[in-house]
Design a protein around this ligand. Structure first.
Ligand code: HEM
Ligand code: HEM
Length: 131
């Protein structure tokens, strides 16, 4: 019987991010979208995502960026975010349990809902997006 740890260290963050994007990259629905944009920049993307989740989950304050921007014009619908969340939940739940693991899931759900809402809004109102 092995207890899963909660997410609490930079090593946990790396493990989570590597495992999650390992699934994303080969996913029939999401892989092509990610690989099409990121191409040979996966090391940089993973490094950035360590800082994002490190900032959100373990207080690192290492992420610098505007998370919505790169998603604004992606060819995605609700079903893509649903799939993203299925993969994220199974990755978190497969290795971790506890309040920070729960925080990861609720934050991911909020971020996904917010991104989908804003993507839809700017599709309907492109003139409202001031660069
Ligand atoms: C109602 C939901 C949310 C709204 C409207 C919102 C909005 C924003 C906006 C406008 C920015 C500035 C950069 C940008 O436009 O991309 C930002 C930055 C950021 N957001 Fe959110 N956000 C929401 C939820 C979340 C959630 C759930 C998370 C955690 C997963 C999160 C994490 C961040 C981080 C890490 C930044 C970078 C800047 C900073 O740390 O100050 N946001 N958000
Ligand atoms: C179907 C869903 C999604 C797709 C297809 C997607 C795709 C992408 C792509 C292609 C990039 C890289 C852009 C680049 O480096 O050129 C990116 C960056 C990023 N994504 Fe997503 N994403 C999705 C959902 C999410 C969700 C739900 C979150 C938050 C929990 C998230 C957080 C981020 C962050 C923080 C970055 C880095 C932004 C920056 O440059 O600072 N993504 N995403």
């Amino acid at each position: 019987m092995s207890e899963r740890p909660d997410i609490s260290t930079p090593e946990h963050i790396r493990q989570l991010v590597d495992a999650f994007y390992g699934k994303v990259r080969v996913d029939p629905m999401l892989g092509g979208i990610f690989n099409g944009v990121i191409q040979d920049r996966w090391p940089e993307h993973l490094a950035k995502m360590y800082t994002f989740w490190g900032t959100v989950l373990i207080g690192e304050q290492s992420y610098q960026g505007a998370p919505f921007r790169p998603h604004k014009d992606l060819p995605v619908q609700q079903e893509h975010f649903d799939r993203w969340l299925v993969l994220f939940r199974s990755t978190v739940g497969g290795s971790f349990q506890g309040p920070v693991a729960e925080l990861a899931l609720t934050n991911a759900e909020r971020m996904a809902a917010m991104f989908m809402e804003r993507i839809g809004f700017y599709r309907d109102h492109p003139e409202r997006f001031i660069q």
